[in-house]
Design a protein around this ligand. Structure first.
Ligand SMILES: Nc1ncnc2c1ncn2[C@@H]1O[C@H](COP(=O)(O)OP(=O)(O)O)[C@@H](O)[C@H]1O
Ligand SMILES: O=C(CO)[C@H](O)[C@H](O)COP(=O)(O)O
Length: 551
């Protein structure tokens, strides 16, 4: 069968493990979400820049949400299961039990999260090697990748963790192992975060030069020596134990998984855009940029041939769409930054009270408040003298500089709700300017991009979407299904079930365009000026650092 035009009868379960919560959806073969559930997950921050989670807590949340979405459905209609997750590092011992990744020895906390920046010294030394694998991560390895974190464990928790460790998994691969008992890793995880090459495999010299020769001696048993493309069916499918945990039938197809941003990319980038007045209509998929905006934002651009973009991760072969190269730009904190700015403001309690009184989310309230205070001018013009540089957690792309900090210029003595709303707006705009900065780097290196496809939690915020359109000058396509990362996870399950002949076919059938937001070209001059200021901010920050370093 090709997931076609008949009545939908087959369903796929997609499970998406984000930074703050686990979501599951039951999705039909036309890509329609028929059920959705979410569940928060725990996060520990035992010290600044250390972020930890628990694989048992996450698996338990996966079980809760999966059981919820399949309630009332004939289980034999469920054909496949796909997982995606953040690219966090899970550590298990030789018997697959959790091992502590912290000085406290708390084995419940056995995950070093993707946004953890503890391995600064390690990544600095790795980058000093100038090893050739670094060409495939934008020229500079990020502290958020797995090699520096593994080195940190070896150097800091040698006895309590390193010596006892039997398995290091990327979180998406941990989930597919938990479901099937198969330890094969997804090409997506290994290529994007572990320096594996789809063409050449592991590079022994890299692991030796950085001081992790242990993996070479062990034939990469602990980090994966069987690698499968995303969407391939694993082993004999769901094990009896996992089936019981998840409330699904034993043996259903389970796909090799994807990192969450990549699942979002699959969920949106292949949609049919005919009749929408978009420049990407009739053009190859390479003219589209998928932007997955949650706690962080990830900018996924594909190409037929490898494109080396300084400061932008990749080029990665077949890591998202099979057969195509991927460049992944990113901003380490976006949703998290907006929360930080809003929640840290003196007027936040007032905002909470007012939003609650109107039964609105704080963001819906802030957006309507901005509409009130803008008077006749476009809302974006409220920040004419307030500018933000958004790298409060370093710059992932295109500067690849983890030492960069956030900046705000234009503060006043008042701290009322208007000030909070305008600071929120300036932060949203700064994130959109960051996207423009990344797009310019990708285009300068050879990408040809005309249209943005946004998904993730922040794409539910109309102000965030409009600012991305206005500031980049590109139309923004939203999906019919808001939870399109989950459509991406379900696409994996659909591919594993054999109902589609390829990932490309499943993408074309299951991702659907919803609303399209066009840029307000009349505001372009204003945003061009603000972008000039944006670039000056970082230039000045570097000058300040140089002054302070001097004698
Ligand atoms: N309806 C909404 N309006 C505005 N912001 C939203 C909305 N829903 C989610 N968000 C924001 O999206 C971010 C989380 O996105 P999500 O995709 O759930 O993240 P993650 O995958 O990292 O867990 C948060 O910063 C949250 O405030
Ligand atoms: O590095 C990434 C993808 O390669 C993501 O930033 C990371 O996985 C976190 O995602 P999210 O912000 O959706 O929780």
């Amino acid at each position: 069968m090709s997931g076609g035009d008949q009545e939908p009868r087959s369903y796929y379960v997609g499970v998406d493990v984000g930074t703050g919560s686990v979501r599951a959806a039951l999705v039909d073969q036309k890509g329609v979400l028929v059920a959705f559930a979410d569940e928060p997950i725990r996060e520990w921050e035992p010290r600044f820049n250390h972020h930890e989670q628990s694989s048992e807590d996450i698996w338990a949340a996966c079980c809760v949400v999966t059981k919820k979405v399949v309630q009332g459905i004939e289980l034999n209609q469920i054909r496949g299961l796909g997982f995606d997750a953040t690219c966090s590092l899970v550590v298990l011992d030789k018997q697959f039990r959790p091992l502590p990744v912290n000085h406290e020895g708390d084995s419940c906390r056995n995950i070093i999260m993707w946004l953890d920046h503890r391995a600064v010294s390690q990544v600095h030394r790795i980058n000093e090697t100038k090893h050739s694998v670094l060409q495939y991560v934008g020229g500079v390895m990020s502290v958020e990748m797995q090699a520096p974190k593994l080195l940190w464990l070896k150097e800091n928790l040698r006895e309590t963790c390193w010596a006892k460790a039997g398995h290091f998994f990327d979180l998406p691969d941990f989930l597919s192992w938990k479901a099937t008992g198969v330890t094969a890793r997804s090409l997506c995880s290994l290529v994007c975060k572990w320096t594996y090459s789809a063409e050449k495999g592991w590079d022994d010299s890299f692991w030796k030069i950085i001081g992790l020769e242990d993996f070479v001696a062990d034939n990469y048993n602990k980090i994966g020596n069987q690698v499968l493309p995303p969407g391939v069916s694993l082993g004999n499918g769901l094990t009896p134990e996992a089936a019981k945990d998840l409330g699904l039938p034993v043996g259903i197809a389970v796909a090799s998984s994807l990192i969450d941003a990549h699942a979002g990319g699959l969920g949106v980038i292949g949609a049919d855009v005919r009749g929408r007045g978009l420049a990407c209509e009739g053009q190859p998929m390479t003219s589209r940029l998928a932007v997955i905006c949650g706690t962080s934002s990830c900018h996924m651009g594909i190409s037929k041939d490898p494109i080396f973009v300084p400061g932008v991760w990749g080029p990665y072969f077949s890591a998202m769409v099979p057969g195509l190269w991927l460049n992944e730009g990113g901003q380490s904190v976006t949703g998290k930054l907006i929360e930080h700015m809003v929640q840290g403001h003196a007027a936040f309690p007032q905002l909470q009270a007012k939003a609650a009184a109107r039964c609105q989310s704080i963001y819906a309230y802030l957006n309507s408040h901005l509409d009130q205070i803008k008077k006749a001018q476009p809302v974006g013009f409220l920040t004419v003298d307030l500018h933000v540089w958004p790298d409060f957690h370093g710059n992932r792309s295109p500067l690849a500089d983890l030492t960069l900090k956030g900046m705000v210029t234009g503060l006043k003595l008042s701290q009322d709700l208007d000030d909070l709303a305008i600071l929120y707006l300036a932060t949203v705009q700064a994130i959109a300017f960051g996207t423009r900065h990344i797009i310019e780097a990708m285009v300068a290196a050879g990408h040809s991009l005309s249209t943005l496809f946004l998904c993730g939690g922040l794409s539910k915020n109309p102000l965030f979407v409009q600012m991305h359109a206005d500031i980049t000058g590109m139309p923004v396509v939203l999906s019919q299904e808001v939870e399109s990362v989950l459509v991406g996870a379900a696409i994996l399950g659909a591919c594993a079930s054999g109902d589609f002949t390829s990932v490309q076919e499943a993408m074309a059938r299951m991702s659907k365009v919803g609303k399209v937001v066009f840029p307000r070209h009349e505001d372009k001059r204003y945003y061009d000026k603000k972008y000039q200021v944006f670039l000056k901010l970082v230039e000045h920050q570097k000058e300040y650092a140089a002054i302070m370093k001097g004698n």
